[in-house]
Write a protein that binds this ligand. Structure first.
Ligand SMILES: [Zn+2]
Ligand SMILES: [Zn+2]
Length: 299
């Protein structure tokens, strides 16, 4: 199965710090390079890792708070100056068309081809090998969380086929469809030569308060990435600002039966003591990790 490379370009929150840029995550696989949110300074983070923003194929915006989108005008300008010749597909919640219009007016001298989609929930992209799902979060402004799903693939055990001296014939098609066949007077069971290469699921739950949709969307994720702006000691503040606590994030990971939890979007208050957040989450969900700017995780 294809590897998904997750590059954490920015792992901070509303105010950037010396160590942390505003939020942005790059998910790369096959010919896709998908940017999830684009805080101010994101394009500079591409340069730090010698990545080219001209390889971008899609942008998923979770919501239009400044820390998640102020990098877009500069990024689009750079793409125009770099002769970006693809059509960049941008998905976001209600209001996305209007905000994208404003950005285009702001950088009126610079043009790239954009395909803008205002989406709500469900399957928003359905390609042959992968799917993107969206679900509405609860953050006081239209906000989405996304899942990226690489689909299961049916594969043939080629060395076994060679041993059985099975030619490249319509019989192979029957095996792929799960039908047993007779070859040279011998029965060959589909199950013995066909197997499923299991797909992968990565879920991105950024700004939101705890909600049922997040649990459903994240169900059985290989990696669940969530914001973790507060600790439980600031429960009231988290509620007031519609954010997750570390405990909330870990509860989503546990209840959704995700395999690993990655925490990002930590408040500047935890710049020097992220362990407080990590410890709290690990009490509920052991396989938890906090990421820093420019960290890369492959699955
Ligand atoms: Zn935020
Ligand atoms: Zn926000």
């Amino acid at each position: 199965m294809e590897t998904i490379k997750l590059t954490f370009l920015g792992t901070g929150s509303a105010i950037p710090t010396k160590m942390k840029n505003h939020p942005a995550i790059l998910a790369s696989f096959a010919n896709e390079n998908i940017l999830i949110d684009c805080g101010e300074g994101t394009q500079r983070q591409f340069r730090q890792l010698d990545l080219s923003p001209t390889k971008l194929t899609r942008i998923l915006i979770t919501h239009w708070h400044g820390d998640h989108m102020l990098g877009l005008p500069g990024l689009f300008q750079t793409l125009a100056l770099s002769n970006y010749n693809k059509t960049l597909k941008v998905c976001g919640p209600k209001g996305t068309r209007r905000f994208m219009q404003l950005i285009q007016e702001l950088i009126f001298n610079y043009h790239i081809n954009l395909e803008i989609h205002e989406v709500e929930h469900g399957i928003i992209v359905n390609e042959k090998d992968f799917q993107i799902q969206a679900s509405q979060m609860s953050h006081g402004t239209p906000t989405l969380a996304y899942s990226l799903i690489l689909k299961d693939k049916i594969r043939l055990n080629k060395s076994k086929l060679k041993k059985l001296k099975l030619p490249n014939s319509p019989l192979i098609g029957q095996l792929i469809r799960g039908k047993d066949i007779i070859h040279n007077g011998k029965k060959i069971k589909a199950k013995s030569v066909v197997y499923i290469d299991k797909g992968k699921k990565v879920t991105f739950v950024l700004d939101t308060s705890f909600n049922k949709n997040a649990l459903e969307l994240a169900k059985n994720s290989d990696i669940l990435i969530t914001e973790s702006n507060f600790s439980s000691e600031e429960q009231e503040k988290a509620k007031e600002h519609n954010h997750l606590t570390a405990k909330d994030s870990a509860t989503i990971a546990k209840q959704s039966k995700s395999k690993q939890l990655i925490l990002t979007h930590l408040s500047q208050r935890y710049e020097h003591n992220p362990r407080i957040i990590e410890k709290e989450a690990k009490k509920v969900f052991k396989n938890t990790k906090i990421v820093k700017d420019l960290d890369v995780i492959k699955i």
